[in-house]
Write a protein that binds this ligand. Structure first.
Ligand SMILES: [Ca+2]
Ligand SMILES: [Ca+2]
Length: 273
């Protein structure tokens, strides 16, 4: 009966062969079944063993790939732990670097403070005053002896147009310096910055300050012919001296004149080396 069944099924196989895979598998089983009842079981058992073996190998390989000691933790958790460890190490390194930089900063600040404390004060030097051409330097002023003549008001205006004023003479040294600039002549006379035009016999400098003392010639000022402006006279008479050379004269006379320009020394600061 069994042989008959096999024959029947073998014959059936011949009828249903074809390209269909499902049918081919069925055919294979049928053929195996036809080979013997235990052959199919043996092959199934072998296949089962093979599947089991492959599974064991796969599990073993996966186990070997897991890091030691953390085998129980899932892979995402292990990755996070690794990242936390790396970040912690980086933070510790940065803290150490910060401490090192703070120490270096403190050291440099202390060094700078010490340098500033011991630094020598800046050396302030005054540039020498230089006068324009034809102007002569005395102390901190430049003086011009004019080559042409003007009356006293025009002389005053000209000096002011030069950023100067008619000379104001406070000391015998200044008076002597100017006197020595003047050439000798018959009656060489030069306007300077003195007038009593506002109130007779109250002499004032062009800056409005009163004249105290002065270097008048003996008998001057005498307002001889309504004389309200002052000039300096230098003649060929060697007995004349600078400290007795002032005269008063009518302001409308045309005379050369003396301008004075106060100069301000420009300071330059040099850092010590
Ligand atoms: Ca006068
Ligand atoms: Ca006079």
């Amino acid at each position: 009966m069994y042989s008959k069944l096999i024959d029947t099924e073998a014959g059936h196989e011949e009828v249903h062969h074809g390209p269909d895979v499902g049918h081919s598998a069925v055919g294979l089983i049928q053929r195996l079944s036809a080979a013997g009842p235990y052959r199919l079981a043996t092959i199934c058992l072998a296949a089962l063993c093979a599947i089991l073996l492959i599974s064991i190998i796969a599990v073993t390989a996966q186990y070997k790939n897991k890091p030691q000691g953390g085998g129980e933790a899932p892979l995402w958790k292990q990755t996070q732990e690794v990242n936390v460890s790396t970040l912690t190490a980086t933070i510790n390194q940065l803290k150490q670097e910060k401490e090192r930089l703070q120490k270096e900063r403190d050291y440099l600040q202390a060094k700078l403070a010490a340098k500033v404390a011991t630094k020598a004060p800046a050396v302030v030097t005054l540039a020498p005053i230089t006068c324009p051409n034809d102007w002569h330097l005395f102390n901190n002023s430049c003086y011009l002896i004019s080559r042409n003549s003007r009356d006293w008001p025009e002389s005053k205006s000209f000096c002011e147009s030069q950023g100067a004023h008619l000379a104001i003479i406070h000391t015998a040294e200044e008076q002597t310096f100017l006197w020595n600039l003047l050439p000798r002549g018959h009656w060489n006379s030069y306007w300077f910055g003195i007038t009593d035009g506002e109130t007779e016999d109250e002499w004032k400098w062009v800056d409005g300050t009163p004249v105290i003392g002065g270097f008048w010639e003996v008998g001057e000022p005498n307002n001889h012919i309504n004389e309200d402006c002052g000039y300096i006279v230098k003649t060929r008479v060697l007995e004349r001296v600078p400290i007795r050379s002032w005269y008063d004269a009518p302001c409308h006379m045309y005379l050369p004149f003396i301008c004075e320009k106060e100069m301000v020394a420009s300071a330059s600061t040099a850092m010590p080396h």
